[in-house]
Design a protein around this ligand. Structure first.
Ligand SMILES: Nc1ncnc2c1ncn2[C@@H]1O[C@H](COP(=O)(O)OP(=O)(O)OP(=O)(O)O)[C@@H](O)[C@H]1O
Ligand SMILES: [Mg+2]
Length: 262
């Protein structure tokens, strides 16, 4: 029997993170199974990015634990999360502007030149460019003609596409996408959604943060709603309406119940 059978791919429990007086994340709990797309929705400032940054190692939570395949993840370390197979597209799309698209995609996983040059740590630029171009091709990305262009010269949407490609090339277990389609037009958004489907089919877990609720209803297997730093609801998309999700995000339902009770 597979020892990880029955264990969720990702389990985050009781994550908390404050910035000074601001309790950005009061209670972060999340389960993601293999081959599952879990969307996190919530109003601006609800704590979504803080939550995923704690899982991805970009922030060290003040409390809580994260398990991947049942194994505790070292917290506060992007490298530990990456080594464990978690790849993340951050909302701010952090990229090295002076490096090329190809270098950004393979940064820190650079293809080393074989032989002595490889041992000296030289990067095989040609192989890297070819792999980057092949990856773009595989993802159906055609807006970017030249993978040797520096990242600083890209448009917002092009940068977003590169960030998604980079995460796809790295994700072994879990891919986390924080607003991956915010700057994208209809066609590029569809490419990202198709990519999410492909990741799911490959058995990866996907965490998607998006304000595009109709799309979320379309693509997610489960929707987690955050409000004021807490996970307050979890719903299946089937039969849900955008209006209901919005009311959960804004806490209108509990407010209505409270006023009905008083
Ligand atoms: N580095 C930081 N320093 C101080 N406060 C922060 C920091 N990062 C986030 N916050 C605060 O924490 C709260 C949650 O922010 P977060 O970015 O997690 O929200 P979000 O749900 O991702 O919002 P959005 O939908 O706008 O991206 C906000 O009040 C924000 O101002
Ligand atoms: Mg955010």
């Amino acid at each position: 029997m597979n020892p990880t059978e029955g264990t969720p791919l990702l389990r985050a429990c009781g994550l908390k993170k404050s910035f000074g007086q601001v309790e950005a994340l009061r209670e972060g709990n999340l389960i993601v199974n293999r081959g599952e797309v879990v969307a996190i929705v919530g109003d601006n400032g609800a704590g979504k990015s803080t939550f995923i940054s704690c899982i991805a190692g970009a922030l060290r939570p003040d409390a809580g634990e994260v398990f991947l395949n049942g194994n505790p993840l070292e917290l506060g370390s992007i490298h530990a999360a990456m080594r464990a197979g978690i790849a993340t597209v951050y909302q701010d799309l952090a990229m090295a502007p002076e490096l090329s698209v190809a270098e950004n995609i393979f940064l820190s996983t650079e293809l080393r030149r074989r032989g002595i040059a490889g041992r000296l740590g030289l990067v095989d630029q040609k192989a890297m460019r070819a792999r980057a171009a092949a990856l773009m091709d595989e993802l159906g990305i055609t807006t970017l003609a030249d993978v040797s262009a520096v990242a600083g010269s890209l448009s917002g949407g092009q940068r977003q596409v590169v960030a998604v490609a980079r995460a796809v090339s790295r994700a072994g277990q879990l891919i986390i996408l924080d607003e991956p389609t915010a700057a994208l037009g209809a066609r590029q958004s569809q490419i990202v959604l198709d990519t999410i489907h492909t990741m799911r089919e490959r058995g990866l877990g996907v965490v998607l943060i998006s304000h595009d609720l109709p799309r979320v209803l379309e693509v997610a297997d489960r929707i987690v709603v955050m409000r004021f730093g807490r996970v307050v609801a979890e719903v299946a998309p089937r039969g849900q309406t955008v209006r209901h999700i919005v009311s959960l995000m804004l806490g209108e339902e509990s407010a209505a119940k409270e006023s009905a009770a008083s």
